[in-house]
Design a protein around this ligand. Sequence first.
Ligand SMILES: [Zn+2]
Length: 443
Amino acid sequence: MIEVKAISGYEKVGRNMTALRVDDKVIIFDMGIDLENYIKLVGEDDISKISVKRLKTAGAIPEDAFMEDWKDKVIAIVITHSHLDHVGAVPFLASKYKAPIIATPYTIEVLKKIIKENSFHVKNEFKVLNPNSHINIGGIRIEFVNATHSTPQTVMVSVKTKKGYVVYANDYKLDNYPVLGRKTNMKRLKEMGEEGVLALIMDSTRAREAKKTPSETVARDMLRDVLLGVNHKGKLVVVTTFSSHLARLKSIIHFAKLMNREVIFLGRSLFKYCTAGDDIKLTNFSKKVKIIGYGNKIRRFLERMRPEDRGKYLLVMTGHQGEPNAVLSKIAFGKIKFKFNEGDAVIFSCRVIPTETNIENRKELEDKLLEQKVRVFKDIHVSGHGCKEDARDLINALKPKYLIPSHGNLDMRVGLKELALEMGYSESKVILMDNHTSTSLDE
Ligand SMILES: [Zn+2]
């Protein structure tokens, strides 16, 4: 018996959780939060005082009541990567399943830091599994296939069943020139395709975009262009990006050195994700840059900067989505006694994640920066999600019997379905699931 339950992440982007039943064993893929709903609910409050029930009602974490009849069968909770929409709900949901949490070293390290930072209690055992390796658990072979994305050590998960592999690919891109880490392991994916893949549960976020997602080296070139190709002499240069995007941070450090500038990382989440990378020896950022994680120290550093030193630094700070409590917004809105001067540069090495809150926050922030005559450089970025032509290549490599589009709203998932139909799949083999539905893959 092989059955998939869509718990969450099948109606909008975020809050991912899927379960796979193979006979009497169940494997959970991801336990993520909806960051927007989560922040709306938690705000400045103490998260430990907010109940799981309230988090569920607010749509911040997956409603897993639909898992009740499978609860005692769960043998593993597998987390694909360190993004909060994949790992963030572990502290709230994992403990009720008597199963280990399996993830790559980087993901486990980030998870441990999240747990420690918030004094969460997670009872489950942690099992570290490297990309491109496998584990046998409860008689089932679970394999991690290395995938490129926008945070290190992202994996596709493959579960071996008698009817073929079931592969879970959220999130991925097919970057042949990654800046950090290895390429997506297409060789192994093709091998599995030859052996037989029963189903592919697949990221559909960008499936409608008719292109191949550019490599991270393209973002690196864009950064080179705005850092080395623009005269910033004597001016302050600020870059803001995703804290978990260690490859991007690596490029920023590289160009800052060529500019003869000292790099300072400012912000709590930068501290968390970078020290996680250093702790497992994936990176050695703390040898190359100064990382200041906490409020008072950040304030002190900025307030004590001498005017003649502004051209000697490159500051990387949190706040790329205009988050009001991040370092960049605090400076722009005068909550820290440190001012931007005319001609200083703020480089947004990201895109605006299109939620109402982000769009509003970013607009207010940019307006404020422009008012202070700051030079704003937007969208110095490439995505971590595969587009239509990547999706085609992945489907061609794995040749799954069934395709289950996930990680997207209905329109995105229909986009992936249309591609599959174009590739010759019949309607019945492409399964559009909604949250809290299940589908049997036995026929
Ligand atoms: Zn992701």
